[in-house]
Ligand binder design. Structure first.
Ligand SMILES: Cc1ncc(COP(=O)(O)O)c(C=O)c1O
Length: 389
């Protein structure tokens, strides 16, 4: 099990991103942690080894990533997985049949699918509520509730969960509070500081930032939980390979720089879109018109590059999605390149239509992942695509 060093936790964010978790390379003094592309390690004699026995259990490249992201979140222990959904799988394996989970309804479609199609079949029960409504969360708690699960901002409706208030509800209930921090990243929001027990990431997204690997991560500050998650990581075995860990670690080093650009362009494009005659509604927590803008300012230090827009007409939406030239029509988000997506048929296709409708996730909703290209080019691209739509 990895542990962040005290020294890493005394440093500021940008310094942590570059240095946290990196240990000196004993062989050549390599500045970047080597890719330990090995499945096993030589033992000097029976029971005598350097602490590494088998790569599912421990890998030095993976551990560098785990320590790094744990330090960025202000946690103590990180656990890397083969995808964000594998990290979710491990967090839900902390519970047992009969246990109850209160979850935000507007979570990533794959999160909802895993909960309802796998864990519900295994005997766990779920209540999905508006995660932005603290009272609904409190009302959904039962004596069997063992986890409160939140995504904030949510994908794709950009609703926020009040982290402090929800953390308190979970604590009172004796339930774990798990927060998916994929959209905000620790650059702009650190849920552990607001009472979360576990932070979840799809490292596929902003942490890696270059759309060239798939991965997930859990972070906790609690030693007792770390013991149990470490056991699950090794026993279920959904670990990432060392090369993917290395790619994620390389990406994380520039997280602060990239997030500043995503945020600047995100704010600029969101504001501009509010005045666009072809856009009916803009969902972005950085806009003063966002119903939870004050909460966003309290618990986030930036708003990032994720924006959803309502175009009001399905045919126009299709034309718009197919006409952008810089924004690539693709699943995923958080890379340096701008992406555009249609949540109803792509990321959230597995969410039942009635539930999508109740959340406002219509067939004419478009999600933009604003990259780090020049913002003027991005605006011109949206403009020409909307003009034709
Ligand atoms: C907010 C959020 N959480 C979790 C996931 C799942 O991550 P992965 O695709 O790495 O399994 C995604 C994927 O899009 C996501 O957007």
């Amino acid at each position: 099990m990895t542990r962040t060093s005290d020294q890493d936790l005394t440093r500021r964010f940008g310094t942590r991103a570059v240095h946290a978790g990196i240990v000196a390379d004993p062989l050549a003094g390599a500045v970047m942690p080597p890719i330990y592309q090995t499945s096993t390690y030589i033992q000097e004699g029976l029971g005598r080894h350097k602490g590494f026995e088998y790569a599912r259990t421990r890998n030095p490249t993976r551990e560098a990533l785990e320590r790094n992201v744990a330090a960025l979140e202000g946690g103590r222990h990180g656990f890397a997985f083969g995808s964000g959904l594998a990290a979710l799988d491990a967090s839900l394996k902390l519970l047992s049949a009969g246990d109850h989970v209160v979850s935000g309804e507007n979570v990533y479609g794959g999160t909802h699918r895993q909960m309802t199609h796998i864990w519900a079949r295994m005997g766990m029960t779920f209540t999905f509520v508006d995660g932005g409504d603290t009272q609904q969360i409190a009302d959904a708690v039962t004596p069997r509730t063992k986890m409160v699960y939140a995504e904030t901002p949510t994908n794709p409706m950009m609703r926020l969960c009040d982290l402090e208030a929800t953390g308190e509800i979970a604590k009172q209930a004796g339930a774990l509070f798990v927060v998916d921090n994929t959209f905000a990243t620790p650059c702009f929001q650190r849920p552990l500081e607001f009472g979360a027990d576990i932070v979840l990431h799809s490292t596929t997204k902003y942490l890696n930032g270059h759309s060239d690997m798939v991965g997930g991560l859990l972070v906790t500050a609690r030693d007792d939980l770390a013991e149990r998650i470490g056991f699950l990581q090794n026993s279920s075995g959904a670990v990432p390979g060392p090369f993917d860990c290395w790619l994620a670690l390389r990406g994380v080093k520039t997280l602060g720089l990239r997030m500043r650009q995503h945020d600047m362009s995100g704010r600029c494009i969101a504001e501009w879109l509010t005045h666009h005659p072809k856009v009916e509604r803009v969902y972005y927590p950085g806009l003063p018109s966002h119903p939870q803008h004050e909460l966003a300012r309290r618990q986030m230090s930036g708003f990032g590059g994720m924006i959803s827009i309502e175009l009001g007409d399905v045919e126009r939406t299709k034309r718009f999605l197919e006409r952008t030239r810089i924004f690539a029509l693709a699943e995923s988000l958080g890379g340096v390149e701008s992406l555009i997506g249609h949540p109803a048929s792509m990321t959230h296709a597995s969410v039942p239509p009635a539930m999508r409708a109740a959340m406002g996730l219509t067939d004419s909703l478009v999600r933009l992942s604003v990259g780090i290209e020049d913002v003027e080019d991005l605006q011109e691209d949206i403009e020409q695509a909307l003009a034709d739509a």
